[in-house]
Design a protein around this ligand. Structure first.
Ligand SMILES: Nc1ncnc2c1ncn2[C@@H]1O[C@H](COP(=O)(O)OP(=O)(O)OP(=O)(O)O)[C@@H](O)[C@H]1O
Length: 458
């Protein structure tokens, strides 16, 4: 489990890396260990007293600037000499940027090597929050995990950036690996598959390549849309796919779009991708975003008040990776400034990041967009009609306002001339329905995208 000083340190390292040469970075920074944040001061462990002096003389300003960048108002850094044994054996390695590290560009493992180490330990079903946006994909992943090769094969999961596709794939990997330790599980990005193939061709190792990929029991391939335009890789993947499928080995693919929208993909591959089950993940709605933040805070054993979680969930609406980044920023900000995590502190921590993209949507923008979408006037939508044709768009408008603006329930209620508890009930109900009704879900998604377009024009 990452602790906050490790996460702060990882961000500091990103900053430092951009400011000094690679050689300097590896000479000095690779061996530093974050020991904690005490009273707002970041305590770093260095290897010996010479390094301690060197850091004080040469890198203090740089480190303080890095902390300032993270929001520390009066950045403080101190250095402690690590006991030799601690340095070598106990303290964790600095965190690699997550989660991409286990993905693109993963070096090819030797043939026969089980790549299970490629699964991110955090990406398990227990850490996956199920909401109306992802419940079908989640259910399909669980079904596949319970009977690999027999439920849906392949399982094809698609959705926008940072919405949990990789997380679900890894979760299946962990689940299967626990129950069937004998099974060979491989997670690869399409880029890795392509690189492996190129290397195998170049080094005349095609037989080993084929043996390796065709002896897998559960193959997880991320970002399959990158097969587009790569004829040789498509050809090889086609044969790998057939070999595995014929032997009832499970294949899970992820993509940012459904197979029919992947351009220049051979038809025979496209049709195979459609053999099993195609399922999508949408952007999470407000309640799910809050639940994800809550789980993340608990994962870090940090108590973050509910109203702070809600504030963050209002700021970041589409990408879960960014949502988690915003939470981390708030926690880092509070600990570096040695203050409690409150709404005001969170707003300050996020101010710089979000002023540029802050949600400028007004309630009337949203109502207008929904009314236009359903071909009715704003007056009718906001009025008192109880016919279904009007009630559903009205519910969607309330739901999107709650989701995409920072207005409170009473404010929304007042805008519609209704009680705040009606707004609460309506939006919760709609959120549940979205999970069950794909037509409704598509309408809400289309409106959300249109409104996000509006937002960036402001
Ligand atoms: N439902 C969820 N519950 C908890 N955490 C989630 C959920 N969905 C996504 N996450 C987290 O969001 C982050 C991004 O998820 P992930 O990398 O799986 O996205 P992705 O869809 O594969 O993105 P990309 O398109 O960039 O490959 C991860 O840290 C993941 O744990």
């Amino acid at each position: 489990m990452p602790n906050i000083s490790q996460e702060i340190w990882s961000d500091v390292l990103d900053y430092v890396r951009k400011s000094i040469s690679d050689v300097e970075y590896h000479t000095w920074f690779a061996h530093v260990r974050p020991l904690g944040v005490q009273g707002g001061e970041l305590v770093l462990g260095v290897r010996n007293s010479f390094a301690q002096e060197w850091f004080r003389d040469h890198y203090l300003d740089l480190l303080e600037n890095a902390l300032r960048h993270l929001g520390a108002q009066h950045p403080k850094v101190s250095f402690q000499v690590l006991p030799a044994v601690q340095d070598a054996m106990i303290l964790p390695e600095p965190r690699e940027p997550e989660p991409r590290s286990a993905r693109a560009g993963t070096p090819a493992a030797p043939a026969g090597d089980n790549l299970r180490k490629n699964l991110n330990p955090k990406y398990v079903f227990e850490h996956f929050v199920v909401g109306p946006n992802n419940n079908l994909a989640h259910a399909a992943a669980v079904a596949v995990a319970e009977s690999p090769g027999r439920a849906y094969n392949p399982l094809f999961i698609y959705g926008d950036v940072g919405l949990g596709k990789t997380h679900l794939m890894h979760a299946v990997g962990h689940y299967v690996s626990e129950r069937h330790p004998e099974m060979r599980i491989e997670y690869v990005s399409t880029e890795t598959f392509t690189n492996d193939l190129i290397n195998a061709i170049r080094e005349d190792r095609m037989t080993a390549f084929r043996n390796r990929y065709r002896s897998i029991d559960l193959l997880l391939v991320d970002d399959i849309q990158f097969l587009a335009g790569k004829e040789r890789t498509q050809e090889e993947f086609f044969h790998t796919f057939n070999a595995l499928h014929e032997n009832h080995k499970q294949i899970i693919l992820s993509s940012d779009r459904p197979p029919r929208d992947i351009q220049t993909l051979e038809n025979r591959l496209r049709s195979r991708f459609e053999w099993g089950l195609i399922t999508d993940i949408q952007s999470p709605e407000f309640e799910t975003r809050v639940a994800i933040l809550k789980m993340n805070a608990e994962f870090r054993r940090i108590n973050v008040p509910q109203d702070v979680l809600e504030l963050i969930a209002k700021q970041v609406t589409s990408n879960i990776r960014e949502l988690e980044g915003a939470l981390m920023r708030v926690i880092a900000f509070a600990s570096l400034n040695n203050v409690e995590i409150t709404r005001a502190v969170a707003a300050k921590a996020l101010f710089e990041v979000f002023t540029a993209t802050e949600i400028h949507l007004e309630m009337r923008d949203i109502v207008k967009a929904v009314a236009d979408h359903y071909g009715m006037s704003v007056e009718v939508l906001k009025g008192s009609s109880r016919t279904r044709d009007v009630v559903v768009p009205r519910q969607i408008a309330m739901y999107l306002i709650r989701d995409m603006t920072t207005h409170s329930l009473p404010e929304i209620g007042q805008f519609f001339g209704r009680d705040h508890s009606t707004v609460l009930y309506t939006t919760q109900k709609l959120s549940e329905q979205i999970g069950k009704d794909s037509e409704l879900s598509a309408a809400v998604q289309a409106l959300r995208q249109r409104l996000q377009g509006l937002e960036s024009e402001v």
